[in-house]
Design a binder for this molecule. Structure first.
Ligand SMILES: [Fe+2]
Length: 302
C-alpha cells in the first residue's frame, strides 16, 4: 500500500511538472515574435492616390530578434511613405550608455530609410520629469534623436507636404497618465498645445495614451495613433484586454480601431513589453495603415 501511494505521488508530481513546463512554453511562445496588422481608409483630403504608414509603439527598448532585424524587414517589405512611433520606444530605467541602446539603434536604422514621426510617451516624459534620477538624460535623448533624423514631436507638427498629411505629436503630461481614475483635461487643451487643427489636410494626432480619445476627437483629427495599453497584456475571448497601465480592468480601449465624432483611433498592441514581460493571446504588432484618396471595394470609408 505504501509503495502504491508513493508511486501515485511520483506520477502526480511528474504530471504537475509537465503541465507547468507546457504552460511556460505556451507563455514563452505567445510572448515571442510579432505580426503585421493592416487597416485601410479612404480620405479625399489626401493629395496623392495612396499614402502608406508603418506604425509602431511601445518597443520599450526590447529586441524581438537580433537588432530587431525582423521588424526592419517587415517595414522594408511594405516600403511605407512614413513610419510613426507613438511613444515609449525607450524606457525610463535607462542604463548609462543607452544612446546606443537597442531602441536607438532600431530608430536610427528606420530613420535612415524613411521619414519618421515620433510622438512622446510616458517613458520619454519620465526622463524629463525626473532629472534627479536621470540627470541630463532627456536632453541627451532629444539630441540623439535629432542627430539620427527622428526628432521627438513635443506639441509640434511635422508635415508630409506632398501628400497633404500633417502629424501632430501631443505631449501629454503625467497627470493624464495617473492610475485608477481618468483625469480629463480642459476643453482647450489640445488647441493650446497644438494650435488649430488644419482640417484642409489629413491630420494624424500621435497621442500615446488612448484613454482620452473622446477629448482628442473634439479637436477633429482624422486619425489618432495611440499605444500605451499593450493590448491589455492578456486578451480574453469576448472580453478583450485584461488590464491597462492605469490598472483598469478590461479597459474600453485595448487594441484595434475606434471611431468617435468623425475621428478614427488606431490603437496598437505595441511591439515590446515592460514591467510584465508577457503577452497572452495578444501578439506584438507592426501596424500598416493604407490611406487612399478614392474608394474601392477593399477599403473602408471614413
Ligand atoms: Fe506608455
Amino acid at each position: 500500500m505504501v509503495v502504491v501511494i508513493a508511486s501515485l505521488k511520483a506520477v502526480y508530481a511528474a504530471a504537475a511538472i509537465v503541465v507547468l513546463l507546457l504552460l511556460v512554453l505556451f507563455v514563452y511562445r505567445e510572448s515571442k515574435g510579432f505580426k503585421v496588422v493592416r487597416y485601410s481608409f479612404v480620405n479625399g483630403k489626401l493629395k496623392v492616390g495612396h499614402f502608406k504608414m508603418a506604425f509602431i509603439s511601445d518597443l520599450h527598448d526590447c529586441e524581438l530578434s537580433a537588432g530587431n532585424k525582423d521588424v526592419l524587414a517587415a517595414i522594408d517589405e511594405e516600403a511605407p511613405d512614413a513610419v510613426i512611433f507613438a511613444g515609449d520606444m525607450v524606457t525610463s530605467s535607462l542604463e548609462p550608455g543607452y544612446h546606443d541602446s537597442k531602441a536607438l539603434k532600431f530608430i536610427k536604422a528606420v530613420a535612415e530609410k524613411y521619414p519618421v514621426y515620433y510622438g512622446i510617451g510616458n517613458h520619454e516624459e519620465k526622463l524629463r520629469r525626473c532629472p534627479e534620477v536621470h540627470p541630463g538624460e532627456f536632453e541627451k535623448l532629444l539630441g540623439r534623436l535629432r542627430e539620427i533624423g527622428a526628432p521627438l514631436l513635443i506639441d509640434e507638427k511635422a508635415s508630409a507636404e506632398e501628400a497633404g498629411v500633417d502629424f501632430y505629436g501631443l505631449d501629454l503630461e503625467h497627470d493624464y497618465y495617473r492610475r485608477f481614475k481618468t483625469r480629463h483635461f480642459p476643453d482647450d487643451y489640445l488647441e493650446r498645445k497644438l494650435g488649430k487643427n488644419d482640417t484642409s489636410k489629413v491630420s494624424v494626432l500621435i497621442a500615446h495614451n488612448p484613454e482620452h480619445f473622446s477629448q482628442y476627437a473634439a479637436w477633429k483629427p482624422d486619425y489618432v495613433l495611440s499605444g500605451h495599453v499593450h493590448g491589455g497584456i492578456v486578451s480574453l475571448p469576448f472580453l478583450g484586454g485584461v488590464i491597462s497601465p492605469q490598472l483598469k480592468l478590461f479597459p474600453k480601449y485595448d487594441a484595434g480601431v475606434f471611431e468617435e465624432g468623425g475621428s478614427v483611433m488606431i490603437l496598437t498592441r505595441g511591439l515590446g513589453t515592460h514591467t510584465v514581460p508577457i503577452r497572452i493571446f495578444n501578439k506584438a504588432e507592426v501596424v500598416i495603415i493604407d490611406l487612399y484618396k478614392e474608394s474601392d471595394k477593399t477599403t473602408k470609408e471614413v
